[in-house]
Ligand binder design. Structure first.
Ligand SMILES: C[S@@+](CC[C@H](N)C(=O)[O-])C[C@H]1O[C@@H](n2cnc3c(N)ncnc32)[C@H](O)[C@@H]1O
Length: 297
């Protein structure tokens, strides 16, 4: 699971319960932490992360929705509970702790877990150049997996931005060729930094691509939605030109994955040559988006 590229964090569950409606919720939540659950999770934690030595802990609390208590109160209650349950351990002074207990209060549900992932799972090391509308690597990996990657694939992202899709495709397995480009020279430079030698890159207009017809097996992309990026001729004209090119470039049976926040526009302009096989809805930083999985007829 830690290697699938689709998750940002992983936890061993210590407690999972409806958020109590008590008077002193932080103390009630902290009492759900038991010696048995903690010991069992610490054994698994050690087996998974044998190199993480030391006897220090830290508590991280995430609270979503309106609650009648503060995050800091939950953190203090859990620190007190851990001090009692692990008397020979110490709270970590900085962020580097041997173990991390995370408390997620998400509206009516609270989940307490021992974290078995590190920051690198969410923030890939390769991603050194950043652009405002760049995808999270985990989302880019999902798009890649929806394209059904094969080692013989010629893969194209014609609106590559910072190159996240291209790099995630390279990380997901071999391909004959991984290529992409963007109309913005700064984006092409960012993609070069992030995707490196793994992708062939070009400065181009995705509505008029200098590529041979029926030369691509999988086209994976996320065009601008009109929220963060303006398209000079309008989003609809851009989508129409992009999908016309997708239909021209894909071989029969070729796969096309497009992530957009404007699904109605995309559905309206999709040419008949692209059959929509599935739509997946995603929430990205609170904003809804739809991934269209299409196939060249
Ligand atoms: C949402 S961003 C792509 C983000 C990218 N997937 C990433 O993870 O960084 C959309 C990109 O489309 C590019 N773009 C807009 N119009 C274009 C066009 N006509 N041809 C090529 N690229 C275009 C923008 O410059 C921008 O980098």
């Amino acid at each position: 699971m830690l290697r699938c590229g689709l998750i940002e964090d992983a936890f061993l569950t210590l407690a999972d319960l409806p958020t109590p409606r008590a008077r002193n919720v932080p103390a009630v939540l902290a009492r759900t932490l038991t010696r048995e659950a903690l010991d069992a999770a610490l054994l698994d934690h050690h087996a998974l992360l044998a190199k993480r030595r030391g006897r220090s802990y830290r508590v991280v609390v995430r609270v979503a929705g309106r609650q009648p208590f503060r995050r800091e109160q939950v953190e203090a209650a859990f620190l007190r509970a851990l001090a009692a349950l692990l008397p020979h351990w110490v709270p970590a002074r900085e962020s580097a702790a041997a173990v991390e207990v995370w408390v997620h209060v998400a509206g009516g549900r609270t989940v307490v877990g021992l974290r078995v992932s590190s920051d690198e799972l969410a923030q890939r090391r390769y991603k050194r150049a950043h652009l405002p509308a760049s995808l999270k690597p985990t989302v880019a990996r999902a798009l890649v997996l929806w394209s059904g990657p094969c080692p013989s694939d010629v893969v194209l992202d014609p609106l590559a931005g910072a190159g996240t899709v291209l790099r995630e495709r390279a990380e997901a397995g071999r391909a004959t060729l991984i290529a992409g480009g963007d109309i913005d020279p700064a984006a092409v430079a960012a993609a070069r930094t992030n995707a490196g030698r793994q992708a062939a890159l070009a400065l181009w207009d995705a509505t008029r691509l200098p590529l041979r017809a029926a030369s691509v097996d999988a086209l994976i992309t996320n065009p601008p939605y009109g929220r963060q990026h303006e398209a000079p001729g309008g989003i609809e004209a851009l989508y129409r030109g992009l999908l016309r090119e997708a239909a021209r470039l894909l071989r029969p049976g070729g796969r096309c994955v497009v992530l957009t926040g404007e699904p109605a526009i995309l559905a309206r302009v999709a040419p008949a040559a692209l059959r929509v096989r599935a739509r997946h809805r995603l929430l990205m930083r609170g904003l809804a988006a739809t991934a269209f999985i299409m196939e060249r007829r």
